[in-house]
Design a protein around this ligand. Sequence first.
Ligand code: GLN
Length: 516
Amino acid sequence: RLSPKELCERCLRRSQSLSELNIFITLTEETARSQAAKAVNRLKGENPVLNLDGIPVAFKDNFCTAGTRTTCASNMLRNFVPPYNATMVQKVLDSGAVIVGKTNMDEFAMGSGSIDSVVGPVKNPWTLLFRNFSKKPVSHDVCCRQKTVKKDSIAHGIRKHNIHTDVPELGKSEASSSPTFVDNSDWLVTGGSSGGSAAAVASGTVLAAFGSDTGGSTRNPASYCGVVGFKPTYGLLSRHGLIPLVNSMDVPGILTKTVSDAALVLNSVAGHDWRDSTTVTDSFKPVVLDKNFSLHGLHVGIPKEYHAPGTSPVVLDVWRQAADLLEREGAKVSQVSLPHTQHSIMCYHVLCCCEVASNMARYDGIEFGHRANQESSTEGLFAATRHEGFNDVVRGRILAGNFFLLRRNYERYFLKAQKVRRLIYNDFQQIFSEGVDVLLTPTTLSDAPTYSWFTQQDSRLRSEQQDVFTQPANMAGVPAITVPAALSPRGLPIGLQFIGQNFQEQKLLSVAHWFE
Ligand code: GLN
């Protein structure tokens, strides 16, 4: 039995012993220790235990943390220390949690691999099952299998303030083949852009982490790292203090080992925030998960357009088996159609770049962040600052966005994409109005790819094709969750995604909880 203080020390030790995975950009050891000490005092006192008392949590480095560097993994914000906390950060602290650090990510959350970071890529903890990076032995218990992860869930932590290490080793022997690494320096990608947060949870460094999800950035790495990744309905969680990528699609994402943990975190952070006018004002009814939840009367839709080219046969097989299981256990499972889904990625590309072009305008070397040493003219200062501050991916999107927004292109690209977005939204509303409760789809095209394979792909494919299953939910604002479903023949996790109706988190999480 561990106290919050011991639990915190254990997490900090684990993060240090796994430093080669490059999970954290900043570790907040000192503040974590003082938050843990406060939790110890609270637990001693008469006061009721807070929802997340003593629970170690990490935040993606695009959530503002007062007094702690918030870099977005970019040169531009390398030394940026915000004067205020994002609402998510504040709510988690108000619930008693201990913030262990800020996690690594793709620069400004643009990417699907967590490889485009100014501090270098994040490595998937599952790599450790096949390879030790360092000379010193690394414990294999870092990647917990589904059946064992429940033991160190938050609920358990709250009851006992304990973190378990009695996780059986998962040896290579259980897999019929292993990933093909091209050489000793190759490794498995975490997915992205919230790869650091997914790896932090998968490695047992924290019990919950926050990511952001604009096109799949929480669900994609969750699937590759074998954890739960939850994107709530747009407007349920405040974006105040989350540095924007695409304001109309960004949602704070929750990464945990179990669905009940995700519900616990959701209940602590959901609800209206006057600082974010897009949050809904209706009062939030906490999600309560019932272990006797029955599938009878539930209608599960299988969208036929989600048979995307490039999906691995293993993923398709897991998807089919899951659909069969739901049907056998009493759900009505039927094929449905979302005809405009096929345009989602194209449409996202246009809208994302347009919002990026506008959002990034604030980084001019004068108001925030990096300033180049170029004082010959104001324009020269802007150009040099932005050239030095942003990576190629960010600069490419700014250029594309400005092109789409030119007066002669605005109608042809931006307005057209907005219209297509509405059609995609209508598709979802249509099938939900016909009685479908949730959709079941793959989360990713395959299990976690190796870095060597991933970087051989065209960079557009890398950052967008990867989101083919996750991105439409952001277009429509509907909630979606990925749950670890199986291990591939290579011994790596494969997640499946449930998509629900707007603000129907109770139903969505109940189905996911039943399934996990
Ligand atoms: N991969 C997508 C992109 O690069 C989505 C990223 C995200 O969800 N933050 O834009």
